[in-house]
Design a protein around this ligand. Structure first.
Ligand code: NDP
Ligand code: 8X3
Length: 267
């Protein structure tokens, strides 16, 4: 695994928190000093702290924190060209940035929540892919090389009450990902889908607009996945032999069997 990851430049969106942050650490751990990490998110101070923490633990790993709002198509379009030359050849794109807002049902869904979720989870992921893909396709005399890892969700496979918009965004991610894999079949670019169930991160705090007690209630009596669990799966998939594509992964914590079937310990 260490050898397969050596020399790779890895761009992770949404690396300031949760799964993205853990994935950055996991790549650094899997190939100490062997990878270059480009970490992006909106909160640059948080990102800088993540980068400093990785460098403290893995001093020979190069880490570049860069502010990027994936929902801004203009910023995304020119993004790769703004990077220092040594970071421009992205080998692995982890399309992780994403969010959920609210649990409203139609006709009470807030227009802003609808727009932000689609702009981030769907448009952002597609714009990032289009920004990075041309250089991946140009490698190996046009045969291409590189990995695109898209974070879907159980929510994209099984829509649930109070999640119509978030679920629709993740279903769109699933559909885009599958089309992309088929469209790239004649190339050596791998398209990898990772769909987690319940993971305890800032996700639910964001869903409830910062209300931590409501977020905590989501995980009451449960033993959710950690962001490290998901990060390990992402790095495992990228670390396979070049001819192996871990196309589709569904990850549940042990108490979860579907988007809504969860066993909770009684208090
Ligand atoms: P977190 O809230 O902990 O992390 C989300 C990350 O996305 C943050 O780093 C945030 O950074 C970033 N982000 C949000 N909006 C934007 C934007 N417009 N531009 C750039 N970055 C942005 O949640 P998770 O780690 O749980 O979520 C990561 C991914 O995993 C998401 O796609 C989510 O849908 C998916 N997922 C999560 C599950 C869960 O139960 N937690 C389950 C299944 C999938 P910043 O605010 O600094 O911009
Ligand atoms: C996050 C999982 O079920 O909370 O994607 O929507 S869920």
């Amino acid at each position: 695994m260490d050898k397969r990851l050596q020399g790779k430049t890895i761009l992770i969106t949404g690396a300031s928190s949760g799964i993205g942050r853990s994935t950055a650490f996991e790549f650094a751990r899997a190939a100490p000093g062997g990878v270059k990490l480009v970490l992006t998110a909106r909160r640059i101070e948080v990102l800088q702290k993540v980068a400093a923490d990785i460098t403290a633990q893995f001093p020979s790993t190069k880490v570049l924190p860069v502010q990027l709002d994936v929902s801004d198509p203009v910023a995304v379009r020119g993004f790769v060209d703004t990077l220092p030359a040594e970071y421009q050849e992205i080998d692995v794109l982890v399309n992780n940035a994403g969010l959920v807002r609210g649990v409203d049902k139609a006709p009470a869904i807030k227009e802003d929540d609808l727009n932000v979720m689609f702009a981030t989870n769907v448009h952002g992921l597609i714009h990032m892919t289009q920004a990075v893909l041309p250089r991946m396709l140009a490698r190996n005399g046009g045969a291409g090389a590189g990995d695109i890892v898209n974070l879907g969700s159980i929510a994209g496979r099984e829509p649930y009450v109070g999640g119509s918009i978030y679920c629709a965004t993740k279903a769109a991610v699933r559909s885009f990902t599958e089309s992309l894999r088929k469209e790239l079949i004649a190339t050596r670019v791998r398209v990898i889908s990772v769909d987690p169930g319940q993971v305890e991160t800032e996700f639910s705090v964001v869903r409830f607009y910062g209300d931590k007690s409501k977020a905590d209630a989501v995980y009451a009596g449960c033993d959710p996945l950690t962001p490290e669990d998901v990060a390990e799966s992402i790095v495992f998939a990228v670390g396979r032999r070049e001819n192996v594509v871990v196309a589709d992964t569904l990850l549940f914590p042990n108490h979860q069997a579907s988007a809504t079937i969860m066993h909770r310990r009684s208090a």
